[in-house]
Design a protein around this ligand. Structure first.
Ligand code: 8OZ
Length: 362
């Protein structure tokens, strides 16, 4: 029976265990959205994870919707991420950059020249953004032209090249949580009349073209994708999520991707949020089509994770808040040690406090 603490191979990439640090937005990239030495320290402290997935990282300036999130579109950002990779690799860890574009989950405050955020369709999200004036409603987005969608695909390819130049072992395409790729996937937010809207195949086209662009840079087993089929976080939904995500899982599997990472249930909330979604069926579709590994996420305890891996339900388990508060989470789980309590007041923004000062056990 496989254990959470066994090595796991994804092609030529050897993970020291099956515990993955989930992507966690921390909003500490202060100047020009550039990764800092403090971020390198934070990630290196957590290098005993089998794999570290970075916080969501915008592929272009228009992809931003929150304060101080890092980018992967400037030379300065690539240099910043190089420091992170050097630190994590020196500590024996493996890294995966999460490629992100917020789409309509933004505000003119974040956009170059104060322009409208972009989206598949001009439908405002009933959400708020934290701007210089405090919380404000997300701005009404503008629908992307077909040629702009095609250009954005190339932007993802360029971002993947930047990630490779910065030394990342893998990249993960963020297709979850109501951001741009998810806005294309789901029919509540995608009302397009061109080849990127309408049928499931059309709505998934943007994601699949991004996959193809990224595969020109990374071999398939070093590319993952994160989805959240049952989550309505960021004001999003679909009329038939099982049909939509079965197609997505199968297509991603056909490309032989390294992993399919699914948030089970509502992001950061109930695991049984949407009874319409059968996650085991999605995992099976991905693997049967040729996908390598499955990664599960959302509120896993050590016991739940051991059972998921031991039973073969999943290959990898991603932990968010537990890794945030416990740099030595792997050793704590292995030894049955108690966990540090997370401090939600320091999740976003700030400096060392609640970031690099969580103690290791003992
Ligand atoms: C929390 C705060 C800001 C962004 C996600 C990138 O939900 C995020 C995010 C989460 O995927």
């Amino acid at each position: 029976m496989p254990s959470l603490f066994d090595r796991f191979e994804i092609g030529d990439l050897s993970l020291s265990n099956r515990m993955v640090m989930a992507p966690l937005t921390r909003s500490r990239a202060v100047a020009n959205n550039t990764p800092t030495a403090l971020m390198a320290t934070y990630y290196a402290q957590r290098a005993s994870a089998g794999l570290i997935i970075t916080e969501a990282t915008q592929v272009c300036p228009e992809g931003q919707g929150y304060i101080a999130t890092p980018g992967i579109h400037s030379a300065e950002q690539v240099a910043g991420w190089k420091q992170v990779n050097q630190a994590v690799h020196a500590a024996g860890g493996k890294t995966c950059l999460q490629l992100w574009h917020v789409g309509r989950i933004s505000h003119t405050f974040f956009q170059p020249n104060g322009a409208a955020p972009v989206a598949p369709s001009a439908i405002r999200a009933n959400m708020q953004a934290y701007t210089d004036k405090g919380m404000e409603d997300c701005s009404e987005p503008r629908a992307l032209e077909t040629s702009e969608v095609q250009a954005l695909v190339q932007t993802y390819g360029k971002a993947a090249q930047n990630a490779k130049d910065a030394g990342f072992d893998m990249v993960e395409i963020h297709a979850a949580n109501g951001y741009l790729v998810d806005q294309f996937l789901r029919d509540q937010t995608n009302r397009r009349k061109d080849t990127y809207g309408g049928s499931i195949e059309n709505r998934a086209r943007f994601l699949m073209e991004i996959v193809e662009a990224v595969l020109k840079v990374y071999p398939a087993h070093r590319v993952g994708c994160r989805i959240s089929p049952a989550s309505k976080f960021n004001d999003i939904d679909d009329s038939n999520p099982q049909a939509l995500y079965s197609y997505v899982a199968e297509q991603l599997g056909r490309h032989g991707l390294g992993y399919l990472h699914a948030i089970e249930g509502q992001t950061g909330g109930a695991r049984d949020a949407d009874p319409r979604v059968d996650f085991a069926a999605l995992r099976k579709a991905f693997k049967q089509a040729g996908g390598r590994a499955t990664m599960v996420n959302n509120g896993y305890t050590r016991e739940m994770a051991e059972s998921a891996v031991g039973s073969g339900e999943a290959d990898l388990v991603a932990f968010g808040v537990p890794f945030l508060a416990n740099p030595d989470l792997v050793a704590r789980f292995k030894n049955g040690h108690p966990l540090n309590a997370p401090d939600p007041a320091t999740f976003y923004g700030g400096a060392e406090k609640g970031y690099t000062d969580y103690p290791v056990f003992g």
